[in-house]
Design a protein around this ligand. Structure first.
Ligand SMILES: [Zn+2]
Length: 104
């Protein structure tokens, strides 16, 4: 699976905009009796959890990059699909999916 060319920070901002939009829509739907308040809260909190998960991924990725900088590991692109892959200096640049697919 190739990495998205859209940064995680951009994804976070997009989901936060969606969250604000939903907040407004849900208020109107609840006021109009078209949506249960508990359902709205659950949906809203689930979307907030998506934001927190994305932020966590962003943080973990930053940590990984710091650790890679201090090690002999190399961050490069998979030669087959272009996904980011972390390898030893003498290893073939292939992600796990492509290694499984090609048996190497
Ligand atoms: Zn690959």
């Amino acid at each position: 699976m190739a990495d998205s060319d859209i940064s995680i920070d951009a994804q976070v901002r997009c989901v936060q905009r969606e969250l604000a939009l939903r907040g407004n829509v849900y208020k109107k739907r609840i006021a109009a009796g078209k949506m249960d308040r508990q359902d709205a809260v659950k949906e809203y909190r689930t979307m907030q959890a998506v934001v927190e998960s994305l932020k966590s991924i962003s943080f973990q990725k930053t940590r990984w990059l710091e650790l890679i900088d201090r090690s002999s590991l190399v961050l490069t692109k998979c030669a087959r699909c272009g996904s980011e892959v972390i390898i030893l200096p003498d290893e073939t640049a292939k992600c796990l999916s492509c290694r499984d697919a090609t048996g190497k």
